[in-house]
Design a protein around this ligand. Structure first.
Ligand SMILES: O=C(O)C(=O)C[C@H](O)[C@H](O)COP(=O)(O)O
Length: 211
């Protein structure tokens, strides 16, 4: 498995971040690192994504920073220019995946059916995102899908929070979980980075109970 994905596996939880303003990138990264999760998926839902990734990479070299909601080949290139170490999409796009393979950057496309997983398998991936995890059937669905694809690992995201995270993390085919619950937009907007840190710590405490 790719080294970056192995690192994500060791950390166990991938915070999914939406930053409206790149000035929040530094305090947010600081709160995540202090809370014990030195990683972030910065989503390309906002114009601030590229600059935010660049800031986090520069200020926190120990952190793993990737790009999320990557929908096009152009966004892959922008993310790489900013220093993104991995690429995540909500769904499967063959052009995006092939481009990442060419650029030698780990990519985890979103899947939620066996057909999606199989397309990723054929392109040589051994880790995929499972999105939207809770709405698409949760852990029960992942266990059913994972059975035939014996080497595939999953990063479920969507509807995961402090209350249900442990169920996912207990299953050995879960590489890590993704979620935004500790980095909610309001917390960032209001500058409540102490709360981000506290919720991150709480998540790490729960993680340690099962891993
Ligand atoms: O933007 C992307 O690339 C996505 O695939 C969606 C995000 O991963 C989820 O929206 C996070 O889900 P929540 O933790 O329920 O907020």
């Amino acid at each position: 498995m790719n080294k970056v994905l192995e690192e994500i596996s060791k950390i166990g939880i991938l915070p999914v971040v939406v930053l409206e303003d790149a000035k929040d990138a530094k305090p947010l990264a600081q709160a995540l690192c202090a809370g014990g999760l030195p990683c972030a998926e910065v989503t390309f839902r906002t114009a601030a994504a590229k600059e935010s990734i660049a800031i986090m990479r520069k200020e926190f070299p120990e952190m793993l920073v990737g790009a999320g909601t990557v929908l096009t080949v152009e966004q892959v290139d922008e993310a790489l220019e900013a220093g993104a170490q991995f690429i995540i999409s909500p769904g499967f796009d063959e052009d995006v995946v092939k481009h990442c393979i060419e650029k030698n950057v780990p990519v985890t496309p979103g899947t939620c059916t066996p057909s999606d997983v199989q397309k990723c398998y054929r392109l040589g991936l051994d880790v995929v995102k499972f999105f939207p995890a809770e709405a698409a059937g949760g852990l029960k669905m992942i266990k059913s899908i994972a059975a035939p694809y014996t080497q595939m690992k999953f990063i479920p995201t969507g509807g995961i929070n402090a209350n249900n995270m442990k169920d996912y993390l207990e299953y050995d085919r879960i590489l890590a979980i993704g979620g935004s619950w500790m980095v909610k937009g309001d917390l960032i907007k209001n500058g409540e980075f102490d709360k981000v840190e506290a919720m991150t710590k709480e998540a790490v405490t729960k993680l340690k109970e099962v891993r």
